[in-house]
Design a protein around this ligand. Structure first.
Ligand code: NAX
Length: 325
């Protein structure tokens, strides 16, 4: 058995956190031979609920769970953390503009970035789930100058998985037989789900669906799936979000499969004309605990327009928090 790794989860008593704790302790994220110590962060009023989560973790008697820490102090939660899943965020309140939401969350992700900088492992892998995820990741990274910016990522894996599911339903082929989906840009309604390189059972996806379905149904359905879940369930996506967060870290830590890639929001480096300064979702291949942006994909006029629109939205979000960067 390997020695335990430390996994910090913020907002651990929330809907997504409640799912994450149990799936990670069961070994779904890092494998059946990797013990974990869960370091759970909540705001002070939620510490009672968090204690309940810790009690249930004890009661589940997971063989891989080597310890649980509960705290409202970010420096305790991130102490020597190997992985940090930043889920806790301020929800949008009534009458709140997107801009206000961004600056309110800046007040959470700046201090959390500083705490990571002070106490986390130098190789910590950070995944931001709390919205607006891309810009929150940018804020946390800017507050952690001693950590490599490549350690900070945001989640578009749920969008990626949603796109796989929609294409699978349309073609009647199981989603596990689909490769090379791409989500470009922001985790928001400007994201661009792109099937141009996807392979369904080894054959090009664009040959198996008509262009009208792709443009008029698939793209908006993937973009709006979060709203459709809220309408149906009366609550936002939680189990699927946690599952996708686990997928994101598992791919990053253990590698992507041969002949496939995943979507991850990572620091833009000029690839595909997206200049540095934002956290942008790209197709990525992971190996040896690192990620690389897939290069050399063709960008047609339709795609350029969508990729640039999402970039423009991210730069607007960035401008709203410029004082924190
Ligand atoms: P919940 O409101 O159920 O849980 C959030 C938890 O975070 C609460 O328990 C709250 O007390 C805690 N929290 C708030 N501020 C905190 C802080 N400063 N430090 C530590 N904990 C703090 O929300 P949930 O449904 O779990 O969603 C969490 C976040 O994920 C939201 O921002 C949501 O918008 C975002 N999502 C992101 C997705 C993505 O694909 N990137 C998809 C799912 C989800 O909507």
């Amino acid at each position: 058995m390997k020695s335990p790794v430390r996994v910090a989860i913020t907002g651990a008593a929330g809907q997504i956190g409640y799912q994450l704790c149990f799936r990670i302790a069961a070994g779904d994220m890092l494998g059946p031979d990797q013990p974990v110590i869960l370091q759970l962060l909540e705001i002070t009023p939620a510490l009672g609920a968090l204690e309940g989560v810790a009690m249930e973790l004890q009661d589940a008697a997971f063989p891989l769970l080597a310890g649980t820490v509960t705290t409202d102090d970010a420096e305790v939660a991130f102490n020597e953390a190997d992985y940090a899943l930043l889920v806790g965020a301020k929800p949008r309140g009534p009458g709140m503009e997107r801009k206000d939401l961004i600056s309110e969350n800046g007040k959470i992700f700046g201090p959390q970035g500083r705490a990571l900088n002070a106490v986390a492992s130098r190789d910590v892998k950070v995944l931001v789930v709390g919205n607006p995820a891309n810009t929150n990741a940018l804020i946390a990274s800017a507050a952690a100058p001693d950590l490599d910016p490549r350690n900070f990522t945001a989640m578009t894996r749920l969008d990626h998985n949603r796109a796989l599911a929609q294409l699978a339903m349309k073609t009647g082929v199981h989603h596990d037989r689909i490769r090379k989906m791409v989500i470009w840009g922001n985790h928001s309604s400007t994201q661009y789900p792109d099937i141009r390189f996807a392979e369904v059972d080894g054959k090009p996806a664009p040959e198996q669906v008509d262009d009208d379905w792709y443009r008029e149904t698939f793209i908006p359905d993937v973009q709006q799936r979060g709203a459709a879940i809220i309408k149906a369930r009366g609550a936002s996506s939680a189990a699927s979000a946690a599952s996708s967060a686990i997928d994101h870290i598992r791919s990053w830590a253990l590698g992507t499969r041969e002949g496939d890639w995943v979507s991850m929001a990572v620091p833009a480096d000029g690839s595909y004309g997206i200049e540095p300064g934002v956290i942008y979702s790209y197709p990525c291949v992971c190996r040896d605990g690192g990620w690389e942006i897939v290069q050399g994909l063709d960008v047609d006029a339709f795609s350029r327009e969508r990729m640039d629109a999402s970039d423009a939205e991210l730069r607007e979000e960035r401008a709203a928090v410029e004082d924190l960067l």
